[in-house]
Design a protein around this ligand. Structure first.
Ligand code: F6P
Length: 465
């Protein structure tokens, strides 16, 4: 069996690459290297040429195509990131729909199907990722592709009631029936997605499979994980290295404690609300002033989308205001760094932070939460503060679970985390580590691919351990 992975963005790895925190790219590369095969998608380049280019790296062929400026505008910035992204993150107020964007989205999916169909072999298993490519299987089927095709939805799937606000939502949801398997992160996502197929498209559900017309599609939750052991080793090694961002950070902190947040600069991540919560913590607990700092790493993302540009401005404004109000001449409470760091640097920073603050307003899974746990020193671990609206909260109940809309609750969780006795930190860490280890990235790809191949999987419905 050859594995064919399709995702919106394909980054061909080189030796000196910098990966942003967590995310799809790292997880998929690890999956493909284990199985061998083809990775198809957008090169990230915008240009007129649009020819398909192939590059070989080990046992993986990367086949990439460019987008035209108009395609980037309509398919990527428009329908994917101004309509689907906000609505799937339950942000109706931020959802901007344009018919021309939707047409562009369908057009790119059609073109991808045309280019990909020529490369498919009879024994390939095709695994399509993320909301940019929902109709791709339907387009491939139209071109006669009969292979097993799976889809994994990395972001949340909202309720049918929310999704119907999106024009053409029923048509879009109906295209999911072209897949043999649809995977989502949590059981709530699975329930919502099945509801959408039943309520918007009239599908039948027998408790395991959705039937629509002649097609049967399995829908299941597969909570994505990380390579725990590799990340743990990275963190341990980073501590030993000289001249790392970790060492510089530690030196600049002195005896002060570190609270860390690492996210793409995205409104779904709750960065502004998190800064406000840290400010609230310092106001409620003035004795902590000067003793702790928040480092927020936030590599810029989708900056051509107006809502992201606004977040960029707002996060600077809030951090500036809080620093001016609460800081001292020799202490800056909040540092926001808007650039990407290597995974090694991040692993080291996570390990040296007493608190990992992962407080998205809504998130499919959130791999930073798992990376933070994996990076900890088992003899003296930090504490994870985690939003109940991250998919990861369904598995990581031993974190301090918070409602990111409640600034006071997050502020008190920071206080509790900083004051937590070592014995309790170790107990919580061990419980969390066990879970992320048992449901790592290799577990995830194995479960998904076995289910896609139609083979029996370990559990009837893959349950998060
Ligand atoms: O799953 C979320 C996701 O859209 C991934 O597909 C992607 O790797 C990440 O967010 C970053 O988004 P973008 O490719 O738009 O920069």
């Amino acid at each position: 069996m050859r594995l064919v992975v399709v995702s919106n963005r394909v980054t061909i790895p080189d030796r000196h690459e910098k990966a942003t925190a967590g995310g799809l790219a790292v997880a998929l590369r690890e999956a493909l290297e284990r199985h061998g095969g083809l990775w198809f998608g957008w090169s990230g380049v915008v240009g007129a040429a649009r020819q398909l280019r192939e590059t070989q790296r080990g046992n993986v062929t990367y086949a990439v195509t460019d987008l035209s400026e108009a395609e980037r505008e309509s398919y990527y910035l428009g329908f994917s990131n101004r309509a689907l992204w906000p609505i799937m993150h339950y942000r109706l107020g931020l959802t901007e729909f344009q018919r021309s964007d939707y047409m562009g989205y369908l057009g790119v999916n059609r073109r991808f199907a045309r280019e990909l169909a020529g490369m498919i072999r009879p024994d390939d298993v095709i695994w399509i990722h993320d909301y940019h490519l929902i109709p791709l299987a339907a387009e491939l089927r139209r071109r006669g592709v009969t292979n097993r095709i799976g889809y994994f939805h990395h972001i949340p799937w909202p309720s049918a009631d929310t999704l119907t606000a999106l024009p053409f939502s029923a048509t879009l949801v109906r295209t999911l029936a072209a897949y043999d398997l649809v995977g989502v992160q949590t059981r709530l996502d699975a329930r919502n997605l099945v509801d959408c197929l039943v309520m918007l498209c009239g599908a039948k559900f027998d408790g395991r499979r959705v039937r629509l017309g002649l097609r049967e599609t399995a829908v299941r939750a597969f909570p994505i994980g990380i390579d725990v052991e590799a990340f743990r080793r990275l963190a341990a090694a980073s501590v030993r290295q000289a001249a790392t961002p970790l060492r510089a950070t530690r030196e600049s902190l002195g005896e002060r404690k570190l609270v860390i947040g690492v996210d793409r600069l995205d409104y779904s991540k709750g960065i502004v609300q998190r800064l406000e919560a840290f400010g609230q913590f310092l106001r409620s607990h003035p004795e902590e002033r000067g003793r702790v700092g928040l480092l927020q790493i936030a590599p810029p993302s989708r900056s051509d989308v107006p809502e992201y540009a606004e977040l960029d401005r707002m996060s600077d404004e809030v951090a500036g205001r809080l620093n001016a109000q609460l800081g001292e001449f020799d202490w800056t409470p909040i540092r926001v760094v808007k650039k990407a760091y290597s995974r090694t640097a991040l692993a080291g920073l996570y390990r040296s932070a007493q608190v990992g603050l992962v407080t998205p307003m809504r998130d499919g899974m959130n791999l930073v939460a798992k990376e933070y746990v994996a990076a900890q020193n088992p003899a003296d671990p930090g504490v994870l503060v985690l939003s109940r609206f991250a998919g990861a909260a369904q598995q990581l109940g031993e974190a301090l679970i918070v409602n990111p809309y409640d600034t006071h609750e997050v502020a008190e969780a920071i206080r509790t985390a900083l004051a937590m006795p070592k014995s309790e930190r170790i107990r919580r860490f061990e419980a969390l580590y066990q879970i992320i280890e048992a449901s790592g990235i290799h577990w995830w790809t194995r479960c998904y691919l076995e289910a896609l191949a139609g083979e029996p999987v370990a559990a009837e419905d893959v349950e998060p351990p």
